[in-house]
Design a protein around this ligand. Structure first.
Ligand SMILES: [Zn+2]
Length: 491
């Protein structure tokens, strides 16, 4: 069969199919009109389809290539533009509502007293996560900091002693950010913005340590006068704690006595003073005709203490009532009828009755040798101050966080809180002093002997002292340098 015959047959069949269909729907008489309507509908459909295809093409071309003075009127079609952007790998640009914060902004807030800082150093074998928990950061903040910081450095590489400054809102304590010192040249700032998003970046600079010298005259008290001249309270307290039992700073000073204080302060690259890092380095006092010069020095064993210019460390006495309250002596040292056991028993210490939770101080500088429950003592701490001299504290409610056997403590440091654990009728501190393995009356004066630096260590101390205070040689001669007139900005 030829091609023409095939076409003829197909057209005949389609004519028969058309005829049958028109007969079925009952419009055989209007065959021509129906044909015309169908044809027109198909033409309209074709025109509309072509129009849509052309429109789509021109909008794509326009957003890619057209310059502002392109003669083709731009066709606005958001759907099409979006496709183009993702095709090019662009990100949709969102206008920033919160401009990016920096550590400088946070430091400004500290100066304006709307934010506060807390400085902590990483402990040995402490993970960064538990360090953040120690800084009282809520779980979501810990996660945010770890994720953003972890994207820049391996937090496991941070060494013991790494200093971190935390910023908190002063009103609601909410976490604002932190800075991690990496070296003398750089630190990392982690900032949390108002939307709760974290960002981290490397910054140049590091906290700088500067020594500050303050000289003045005493008006009424040493503490009040020093603070009036601008010495931070923290530094004054350090001096009183370290030298209070050796020099009568509280009651021995008279109006007109002179003092000189040198202390170190840590300053951030933004110029913010980190108060919690202030450290007294030198104290000079002229009380009437008597002069005292004391330099802070850390000896071979790692114990910091104040020494005179000849490398001698003053004698100290143990505290007789190491509680932050005026305690009632509920039971003295010696023989008594025990209130619980009801028979005569030797009382190995003194009972100082005071409210539960009253802070307990270390009776003297030393090292904790026992911290934990001990029979009738309940919760118990023992501190070794010198060979053959120890103090013990019983019936404690709890210990100061972070302390353990081996921890070094200074006289006046809080170590625990008064309670009634073990065999006790009510809250009180059972305080013992041990001399050469035997308990002795804590109310007697117990001297922790002084120390003399010798040989190379003495030389080291003296050159260190001279580096702190250029007047050191005069102190060796027993001369107190003249006090310059007080400048108005010192007040
Ligand atoms: Zn007791």
């Amino acid at each position: 069969m030829s091609l023409t015959n095939r076409i003829r047959k197909a057209s005949q069949q389609s004519k028969i199919f058309r005829y049958k269909t028109y007969k079925k729907i009952g419009c055989v008489g209007h065959r021509k009109s129906v044909d015309r309507i169908i044809m027109s509908l198909m033409i309209v459909l074709l025109i509309v389809g072509a129009f849509f295809i052309i429109k789509r093409d021109t909008s794509t071309v326009d957003s890619l290539n057209c310059s502002p003075d392109c003669p083709i009127e731009p066709v606005i079609n958001e759907e099409a533009q979006e496709i183009v952007h993702s095709d090019l790998g662009d990100e949709t640009v969102i206008e920033e509502e919160n401009p990016e914060l920096s550590i400088n902004d946070l430091e400004d807030r500290v100066r304006k007293q709307t934010a506060k800082i807390k400085t902590l150093s990483l402990n040995k074998n402490e993970s960064f996560a538990s360090f953040l928990a120690r800084a009282n950061l809520a779980k979501p903040n810990q996660t945010g900091v770890l994720e953003t910081l972890g994207a820049l450095i391996d937090v496991k590489s941070l060494k013991k002693g790494t200093t971190v400054i935390f910023f908190f809102d002063k009103k609601n304590d909410s976490f604002l950010g932190l800075s991690v010192s990496l070296s003398h040249e750089e630190y990392i700032a982690v900032i949390k913005n108002e939307n709760g998003e974290f960002s981290a970046s490397f910054q140049e600079g590091a906290p700088e340590t500067k020594n500050k010298r303050v000289v003045g005259k005493i008006e009424r008290t040493f503490s009040g006068s020093a603070q009036k001249y601008g010495v931070p309270k923290r530094v004054v307290d350090q001096i009183l704690n370290a030298l209070g039992s050796e020099i009568n700073l509280r009651n021995g000073v008279r109006k007109g006595d002179k003092f000189e204080i040198i202390y170190s302060q840590k300053i951030t690259p933004g110029g913010l003073e980190i108060d919690s890092q202030n450290q007294a380095l030198y104290v000079g006092i002229k009380m009437g005709s008597k002069e005292y010069h004391r330099y802070l020095y850390t000896d071979k064993s790692g114990t910091p203490a104040f020494y005179n210019p000849f490398g001698q460390r003053g004698q100290r006495t143990l505290e007789k009532r190491p509680v932050k309250a005026v305690p009632r002596l509920s039971s003295p040292f010696g023989w008594r009828v025990h209130p619980v056991l009801m028979y005569r028993i030797f009382h190995s210490g003194v009972d100082l009755a005071c409210p539960r939770g009253t802070p307990v101080y270390a009776g003297g500088d030393g090292t904790i040798v026992h911290l934990g429950r001990k029979g009738a003592y309940g919760k118990y701490i023992k501190i070794k101050h010198a060979p053959g001299l120890e103090t013990a504290y019983g019936h404690l409610n709890g210990y100061k966080a972070g302390l353990k056997a081996g921890s070094r403590v200074k006289q006046g440091d809080i170590i625990a809180y008064v309670g009634s654990t073990g065999r006790a009728t009510g809250p009180h501190l059972h305080y013992e002093v041990w001399k050469n393995g035997k308990t002795t009356n804590p109310f007697q004066t117990h001297v922790i002997s002084g120390k003399q630096l010798t040989g190379f260590e003495l030389e080291q101390f003296q050159s260190f002292a001279e580096s702190i205070n250029p007047d050191f040689q005069k102190h060796l001669l027993g001369k107190f340098p003249p006090i310059p007139p007080m400048r108005p900005n010192n007040i």
